[in-house]
Ligand binder design. Structure first.
Ligand code: ZN
Length: 492
């Protein structure tokens, strides 16, 4: 059967959702029946309007739009990016590329957050009318579907809603201008704008959980929601936050954050379990409440990353206030007195060699200094061993000189640095390839997804650095027609 989809002329519109692209692609196809849709999008038993649909590979094939573009420009994955550890974000991105989206909600802790995920589809009546004039058809906008969003940021009017259509593909209903409400509160507009800015990369950094916590605490302290020992006044904060966002409680998601029994710990749980993944909405509600907008928040966070500028980071309860520098110096002296070397002390106590050396000198403790000068006859030998990829630490030990002295030789040969990078790359590649092959050879019937789950580290490294080899050696992709019937698969 030939592909009846518009593979060459199909254009995805700005900010169009994956669901909308799928709907239009099907409507433009030569055979827009449900069975043709199931065949080409492999959509049988799949939730068509999911935030993370499983049909990205098929949609890319049907429309000739790259999978990467579909995910970054047409899904809402990047809305979660700032508040999810990079490793998990990368894995979810890979899942979407491969259409293995079954566990994404639990990976993002959306299940654990006990919040409603898909309540309704939203659209702006002016956008619907304008889109028909400008591009010739209606489509769903990503911004309108963002969790908790109730306003079109472009036209600043409330969004209209219609029920979601789990199994069918649809486009927004036609509307007339006369029934358009033009009232939209500043607060709901601010909230929707913040969600839209996050989706479009306004927060382009990976938050350090401790600094994020410090940023929140500093603002809470400033606004009287935390006392000088940084204990949070929980009731006061929760009541104020509830009152502040009262007018947005019409949204079921926001209402659930404040009123569901299992989430009554909000917002304090954002601070006490800072390393857990929380729904971005929970962060946005507290950020706008404390900082008014994302710009103020980001400035405060960036200032806080420098501990000298952050009094909150330095304010610790009296019990923990013992001078950490003195404790560290004491530990250094104890280790040196038992014969440990500078490097070992620095590594064990996670401090710099320079600091260990200074502490020893200040306390008249003798340290075993390695010579930093190397004679000519040794230079050649060190150069040769560096050429073979030996580590600077190993060579420092072997020639009984400092690592700095070895690095000095290395830095005089820029080509050698490049060569060593390549050697390390090839070594790493060999290790990861062997690890993957070992699993595949021991599990001859394993599916691609099983290989990925069981060799996660090797799989991700090879995907990023050696994808051609990876796809050559992975088990063949399951034919679409057999994806949900593993018993029919041939045994390899
Ligand atoms: Zn609009």
């Amino acid at each position: 059967m030939t592909n009846p989809y518009p593979t060459t002329n199909f254009i995805a519109f700005k900010d169009e959702t994956l669901f909308s692209i799928a709907a239009r692609a099907c409507m433009l196809s030569a055979y827009p029946s449900a069975s043709a849709r199931d065949e080409l999008l492999n959509s049988r038993n799949r939730q068509m309007d999911s935030f993370f649909p499983a049909y990205v590979p098929e949609l890319a094939e049907a429309t000739s739009i790259s999978k990467d573009l579909l995910i970054h420009e047409h899904s809402i994955l990047d809305f979660f990016k700032p508040f999810v550890p990079k490793k998990i974000y990368d894995e979810i991105y890979l899942n979407m590329l491969e259409g293995a989206t079954k566990n994404i909600h639990s990976r993002l802790s959306l299940v654990a957050n006990h919040l409603p995920l898909h309540v309704e589809l939203r659209y702006c009546k002016i956008c619907v009318a304008m889109d028909q004039v400008e591009v010739g058809c209606k489509y769903w906008h990503r911004q309108h579907q963002l969790p908790g969003t109730m306003v079109c940021v472009k036209h600043q009017i409330p969004l209209s809603t219609c029920s979601r259509s789990r199994k069918t593909l649809s486009l927004p209903p036609s509307e007339d201008f006369e029934s358009i409400s033009n009232y939209c509160s500043t607060l709901s507009l601010d909230f929707s704008q913040a969600c839209d800015q996050i989706l479009n990369g306004k927060i382009d950094l990976d938050f350090n959980p401790q600094f994020l916590k410090a940023t929140y605490l500093k603002a809470l302290h400033k606004k009287g929601f935390a006392c000088s020992s940084l204990r949070i006044k929980q009731n006061k904060l929760r009541c104020s936050l509830c009152t502040y966002w009262e007018e947005l409680m019409d949204d079921k998601l926001i209402e659930a954050i404040f009123k569901k029994k299992k989430t009554t710990t909000y917002p304090v749980n954002l601070l006490y379990s800072i390393k857990s993944i929380h729904h971005p909405i929970k962060h946005i509600l507290i950020i706008l409440f404390l900082f008014e907008n994302l710009t103020n928040f980001l400035e405060s966070y960036k200032r806080g990353v420098n501990p000298n500028n952050n009094p909150v980071l330095q304010t610790t309860p009296p019990k923990e206030r013992k001078d950490p520098i003195n404790i560290l110096k004491k530990q250094i002296l104890e280790m040196l007195s038992t014969g440990s070397g500078l490097r070992k002390v620095a590594r064990t106590l996670r401090t710099s060699i320079h600091f260990v050396k200074q502490t020893a000198l200040q306390n008249q403790v003798e340290i075993d200094r390695r010579p930093s000068k190397i004679f000519n006859q040794e230079r050649r030998s060190i150069w040769r061993k560096l050429h073979m990829g030996r580590s600077t630490q190993e060579l420092a030990k072997e020639f009984e000189v400092s690592v700095g002295a070895i690095e000095k030789i290395l830095n005089t040969h820029p080509i050698l640095i490049e060569l060593r990078k390549k050697i390390r790359f090839f070594e790493k590649r060999t290790t990861e390839r062997e690890s993957l092959l070992k699993y595949i050879n021991h599990h001859r019937t394993a599916l691609r997804n099983e290989v990925r789950l069981n060799c996660n580290k090797a799989y991700i490294w090879l995907f990023k650095n050696d994808s051609a080899w990876l796809y050559e050696h992975l088990p063949p992709a399951i034919p679409r027609t057999a994806r949900y019937n593993r018993s029919k698969l041939p045994i390899l």
